[in-house]
Write a new protein. Structure first.
Length: 621
């Protein structure tokens, strides 16, 4: 990204683009009056509750509450950042964006990145051409042996690096890339003669793309039928760390998987390039892989932007188990549910798909247990459970794992089923040992729900049973409906509002959500203000969603001036009636003989309120 996009371009582009066309790429829309309706692309539904208003450039789902403008839609449906969403819309309509002025250092960094990405584009094109040259037959045969054909090779931009020392280097130098920048790109290395040589030789090439789809690195695999001479090279070779490639920050296949990860809320993380290809081939298009490194902090930062559930589909060996364990300890700091897909012995995800099919993999994914029990089981089973010393050590090993399980119910269940039952001890005995290590287990005689010792049991708050007279379910529902109808009128048809609207205050809305919408409308300038201004004044995302929903929903009747006046007056009558009830209760409590002045004051107020109620009620229904 070349600096910050100027605000005027963001707003002009938003007004220019037809949000219905972009939304229509993800769900079928049908005309419904002035708006369009369809099935929500964010959650499963059979009856359309998703509405698009092209005139306002907004969408809203009345089922799940998702909504916003075209930029919000692309961010949520494709997992883009705001800037990426703006740039994608601009590319789509051919709009030239302008960026704020950059410093000399920023311009230099952007220029360097552009050149390095351009070199990778040229290398990718070269490798793809070589795959279908005569020398690439060995690579094509290997792909075929793994169950991949031309379609998969093209989809994942697979290529072949010839078994040559300078094939790529000569090609890129001929395209006017300098030696220094090619070395910096990681595509070539210095040779003994002061020149450069290819880093990748005789390898099947997997491009690693950034989230914009640009190649920033490669992973190369040796081929079993090639002769590499006296020294067998490593099975996999990856691009070294460069200004544009940081292996601990990228995931192979994420550029292809991102949209489906966002849509499903789940991502499968595996260890190999061909695993990703096989999973996508089987319909698991939400799969990605690490690039020769373990899942780390930056990976989870990235994944938590798009997924709520991370399934670690690692190989069923000791290295895979330890990788899952490390991932769990890192993931605890992020708001994601981590699961472990237990592979059959000696199998990787690609083997599972090839041998058992997509249904078998689906069953394994569905049954993937939370990672905490997986780590607990490994911690306990690492000890000799046939001896007292081994059982004691197993419980001690489980303590730090259980300490990180915040939910007291889960901690108790895990302590029972994955520790006490496995080592053959009563839960109370295990809990006593855990308590000595500073870990409390609920319901085991400790008197604590969880956490530090010395904290008393948590009492559940009881809801208040106090209710206002007449506040039954049906009256409350009717009042909420009236308040929503009035707000809908103010947002959709401000031209119909009667003069009585200007008597309406925040206190006339009893429901907290209705009050939030009224405040946003009031603070934005009142009825007739642009909806965008009202949304900006909304207190939070929930309030914004409610404003959008009311502004886009259809009422039960087509409003006219008389209907509008009736709605507003009903709201005002309700306020008057509430004060009438209060004044009457005060009159009953005042002694007319001992406090005649107070009694006259209340009676006079009651008469004023009754007159006000009659005037408001005279509006025709």
């Amino acid at each position: 990204m070349a600096g910050r996009i100027v605000k005027e371009d963001i707003e002009s582009l938003r007004d220019m683009v037809d949000v219905a066309q972009i939304v229509g790429d993800h769900t079928s829309l049908k005309k419904a009056g002035a708006r369009l309706k369809g099935l929500c692309p964010f959650h499963g539904e059979k009856t359309p509750s998703f509405t698009v208003d092209p005139a306002r450039g907004l969408y809203h789902c009345f089922g799940c509450g998702e909504g916003g403008d075209v930029y919000d839609f692309l961010q949520k449906i494709e997992g883009l950042t705001f800037v990426e969403a703006v740039e994608q819309v601009a590319r789509r309509v051919g709009y030239e964006l302008h960026y704020e002025e950059l410093s000399a250092g920023q311009r230099k960094a952007i220029g360097e990145r552009s050149r390095l990405v351009a070199a990778h584009h040229a290398a990718l094109e070269f490798f793809q051409q070589q795959l279908y040259a005569e020398a690439g037959a060995v690579a094509r045969e290997y792909l075929k042996s793994r169950g991949f054909g031309r379609d998969e090779a093209d989809q994942f931009k697979i290529g072949f690096a010839p078994l040559d020392w300078e094939a790529l280097a000569k090609h890129l130098l001929a395209q006017r890339f300098g030696q220094d920048e090619l070395v910096k790109s990681g595509l070539v290395a210095r040779n003994d003669r002061g020149g450069v040589r290819d880093r990748f030789r005789g390898r099947l090439m997997f491009p690693v793309l950034d989230l914009n789809g640009d190649p920033i690195g490669f992973g190369g695999r040796i081929l079993p039928d090639l002769d590499y001479g006296e020294h067998t090279p490593p099975k996999y070779l990856n691009t070294p760390e460069t200004p544009i490639y940081r292996k601990h920050k990228v995931l192979y296949g994420m550029s292809w998987a991102r949209a489906d990860v966002v849509r499903s809320g789940e991502v499968l993380i595996c260890e190999g390039y061909t695993d990703v290809m096989a999973l996508h081939q089987a319909g698991y298009t939400n799969a990605a892989a690490t690039c020769g490194t373990a899942v780390g902090e930056d990976h989870f930062k990235l994944l938590s932007r798009y997924a709520q559930r991370v399934v670690l589909a690692f190989d069923s060996d000791e290295a895979g188990a330890k990788a899952a364990e490390r991932a769990w300890r890192i993931a605890k700091e992020h708001d994601v549910d981590v699961r472990v897909l237990i592979m059959p012995a000696g199998k990787d995800p690609a083997d599972v798909v090839r041998d058992g099919g997509a249904d078998h993999l689906a069953k394994l994914v569905e049954e993937a247990p939370p990672v905490a029990p997986f780590v607990l089981e490994r911690a306990v089973q690492a000890h000799d459970l046939t001896t007292p010393e081994g059982r004691a050590a197993a419980v001690s090993s489980a303590a730090p794992v259980l300490a990180d399980v915040v939910d007291p119910v889960l901690r108790r269940e895990y302590a029972k089923h994955y520790v006490a039952d496995v080592v053959g001890l009563a839960l109370d005995v295990v809990a006593q040992s855990l308590r000595a290590a500073g870990v409390e287990v609920a319901g085991t005689g400790s008197g604590h729900i969880g956490g530090r010792a010395g904290v008393g049991p948590v009492q559940a708050a009881r809801p208040s049973t106090a209710r206002r007279p007449g506040a039954g379910l049906n009256p409350a529902a009717r009042r909420a409906s009236l308040e929503r109808d009035v707000l809908r009128l103010a947002l959709q048809r401000p031209d119909l509002l009667p003069d009585a609207w200007y008597q309406v205050t925040e206190d006339d809305f009893t429901h907290p959500k209705a009050r939030a919408v009224f405040r946003a409308l009031r603070d934005a300038g009142g009825p007739g203000t642009a909806l965008e201004a009202v949304l900006e004044q909304a207190a939070d995302d929930d309030a914004r969603a409610l404003v959008r929903g009311i502004a886009l929903e259809d009422g039960e009747v087509e409003p006219d001036p008389a209907h509008a006046a009736t709605l507003v007056n009903r709201l005002l009558v309700a306020r008057v009636e509430q004060e009438v009830a209060w004044v009457k209760s005060e009159l009953q409590a005042v002694n007319e003989t001992t406090d005649p002045a107070r009694h006259r004051e209340l009676f006079r107020r009651l008469m004023q309120l009754e007159q006000q109620r009659r005037e408001l009620s005279e509006v025709p229904e």
